[in-house]
Write a protein that binds this ligand. Structure first.
Ligand code: ZN
Ligand code: ZN
Length: 397
């Protein structure tokens, strides 16, 4: 007995001329699951909350974000394959371009070639007893880890998300504690040294937009949580391309391989992901399969691309193992008209042995509204899965 949770990132939407992307897409296989199974509307965190992808996944995996959210930095760092120790400060970062003390491009022209080597050139510094680890993830992006005694994540981001920023090489503390002050000072020294190293780097010679500084955001302090197998008795595995999703999975202790070709973009290798998920379902209780590009199309406001990607996912359904349970939903809604996450619940379908069915015939936001599962929240998901897998305990006697 196994349970597959297929998450289509940002799936939920609002009607445009009477149709949502999900209701407009051709989805015969998802509709069949809806007919055979039971549907509902799903609030991954809770009503009225606009979930980030990080908090929504934590909530779905049974780790209430209000207790267990370490900030985005540690999750990204785990996602790019860095090991974290208790107390580490982790941050997301960008390679960026400055000229004459002015920030001119926050992404260094979305640098691709050589970004890996540039990150290696600033990796492994030691400043005031703090070790600093730098690792490239994709394009201009990477992760930083500060490891040492008495550090704090209460520091400002040096990336203000705009070009008006003039103090991009200076990190300031958010509170007056010694640990925040120390962390800000160490990071400032690191940013200055990095800018010297990067400015002199041969790979930056002749680049129109040299990747000569680092901007930081999403600082967080790592605290380990109880692994999902220990906490819920679920032997779990994760199949995802995007660093954040691999990071959340590793954070809760799921087996999370790096899959060649799984990129978290439109051209991700869906076949490879299905192969991994199918293999994992042989000997795991809970398998998480994540598809990101639907959210990317939503943020771009691209209705037809969102439909197209949903259609592609639909074709994968027959390739997945038939036995066991499958649930399909989103981690939140990202309406194309808004181009951002919203608090609207996502449609949810569940199919497999020993479940009731309802009158739902297609997979859509509108039909899911009157589905037999009703309207429920992320915190209900793991208990439901445990009961379906005969792993729950009677409450009382
Ligand atoms: Zn998401
Ligand atoms: Zn998003």
């Amino acid at each position: 007995m196994s349970f597959l949770l297929l998450i289509l990132d940002g799936l939920g939407d609002l009607p445009v001329k009477g149709k949502t992307p999900l209701s407009a897409a051709r989805t015969p296989n998802l509709d069949r699951l809806a007919r055979q199974g039971i549907a509902g509307l799903f609030y991954s965190v809770s009503r009225g909350i606009v979930p980030g992808s990080d908090t929504s996944h934590l909530s779905m995996f049974g780790y209430p974000p209000e207790e267990s959210y370490p900030g985005r930095g540690p999750l990204e760092a785990l996602g790019v394959g860095l090991e974290l120790k208790k107390g580490d400060i982790a941050l997301r970062c960008n390679l960026a371009t400055e000229k004459g003390g002015k920030l001119v491009d926050r992404r260094a022209g979305r640098i691709e070639k050589g970004a890996d080597e540039l990150f290696r050139s600033i990796d492994g510094m030691r400043i005031d007893g703090v070790e600093i680890i730098a690792k490239h993830s994709s394009q201009h992006r990477g992760a930083l880890v500060l490891r040492g005694k008495g550090l704090s994540a209460k520091i400002h981001e040096t990336d203000t998300h705009g070009l008006e920023n003039q103090n991009f090489l200076r990190c300031t503390p958010l509170d007056r504690t010694d640990s925040a002050l120390k962390t800000a000072q160490v990071l400032t020294k690191f940013l200055k040294r990095s800018s010297e190293i990067l400015s002199d780097h041969p790979l930056n010679k002749g680049r129109k937009l040299p990747a000569n500084i680092i901007l930081t955001r999403g600082p967080g302090q790592f605290q380990p949580v109880q692994p999902i197998e220990e906490r819920y008795g679920l032997k779990s595995a994760s199949v995802a391309g995007g660093a954040l999703y691999k990071g959340v999975s590793r954070y809760v202790g799921m087996e999370t391989p790096d899959i060649a070709g799984a990129t978290g973009t439109f051209d991700t290798d869906l076949e490879a992901k299905v192969r991994y998920a199918s293999d994992f379902l042989q000997d795991h209780d809970f398998v998480f399969l994540h598809i990101k590009a639907i959210d990317n199309a939503s943020h771009d406001g691209n209705f037809s691309k969102k439909c197209q990607m949903i259609g592609k996912v639909d074709k994968l359904i027959p390739k997945l193992p038939k036995e066991g349970h499958i649930a399909v939903t989103g981690d939140h809604s990202t309406p194309v008209a808004k181009r951002r996450h919203s608090s609207d619940p996502t449609p949810f379908i569940l199919s497999g042995p020993n479940i009731r069915t309802d009158k739902t015939t297609v997979f859509s936001e509108i039909e899911a509204f009157s589905g037999g599962l009703g309207h429920f929240e992320g915190k209900h998901l793991i208990p439901m899965i445990l009961d379906l897998l005969d792993k729950s305990h009677v409450y009382g006697a």
